[in-house]
Write a protein that binds this ligand. Structure first.
Ligand SMILES: [Zn+2]
Ligand SMILES: [Zn+2]
Length: 241
């Protein structure tokens, strides 16, 4: 685990047969009110828990897990994380919380072919991704997480209930799989995705001042160049119709 800035820590994903999402830990450690943003793929809980322990963070201090969205590579190891941190709440955008509570796994797997493939690979039964959601986010909330103020932005397109967390003062954006480093953006061919929504979401993010970009996969970027999100949105615009 590495410290990105005061109150924001990074546990890189360990990609396997499919990608594993990064995990961000948000909150001042002294507050004993920490949040995990995403958890990652099946089998990828243990090293992340170990990573938290090694830095001396108390597992009890993790009060909630906030999902940027509920794709398998972000929520796959949630059940295992919950075994270690049973008191933690789960916060998800309402559009993905409702199916998650009903055990409707279409968003989790994204497509039938992928579901069949992953169930075989990981030995998963249908219906294992059914969880109680403690707080359904709408977008527009201002959250105080461990002494830090974060805004929730609903940015659909990659999935229906994708959210970003934004720290306006520190200019930090955690956009899930909506935008990455190297002018890459999230795929928009899975269940619940919509290219035109993704375009709108990118343009919305382009209005924010961002210095630190902390995406769900690949490189993180400190000192993000001015206009990076806008330039990325423009490059992709012809494909996002
Ligand atoms: Zn995703
Ligand atoms: Zn992902």
């Amino acid at each position: 685990m590495t410290k990105i800035t005061e109150g924001v820590y990074f546990i890189p994903g360990q990609d396997d047969f499919i990608p594993d999402s990064h995990v961000y830990v948000v909150g001042e450690p002294s507050s004993l009110d920490l949040s995990l943003v995403d958890v990652g793929l099946m089998g990828k809980a243990e090293y992340k828990i170990e990573s938290l322990r090694k830095t001396g963070m108390e597992l009890k201090a993790i009060k909630r897990i906030i999902m940027t969205h509920t794709h398998l590579d972000h929520i796959g190891c949630f059940a295992n994380i919950l075994k270690k941190i049973p008191e933690a709440e789960l916060w998800v955008h309402t559009l993905e919380a409702t199916p998650l509570e009903k055990g409707d796994e279409r968003t989790v797997y994204g497509m039938d072919m992928f579901k069949t493939m992953c169930q075989a690979q990981f030995g998963l039964k249908s219906g294992v991704f059914s969880f109680q959601v403690h707080r359904k986010l709408e977008g527009g909330e201002s959250l105080n997480l461990g002494g830090m103020d974060w805004e929730v932005l609903h940015i659909p397109g990659h999935s229906m209930g994708s959210i970003a967390l934004y720290h306006r003062m520190k200019k930090i954006l955690i956009p899930g799989d909506v935008i990455y480093a190297d002018h890459a953006i999230g795929r928009f061919d899975l269940y619940g995705a919509k290219a035109s929504d993704l375009k709108k979401s990118l343009l919305r993010l382009a209005e924010l001042e961002v210095d630190i970009l902390l995406p769900g996969h690949n490189q993180i970027v400190k000192n993000l160049p001015r206009g990076y999100i806008q330039k990325t949105a423009r490059q992709w615009e012809p494909y996002l119709v």
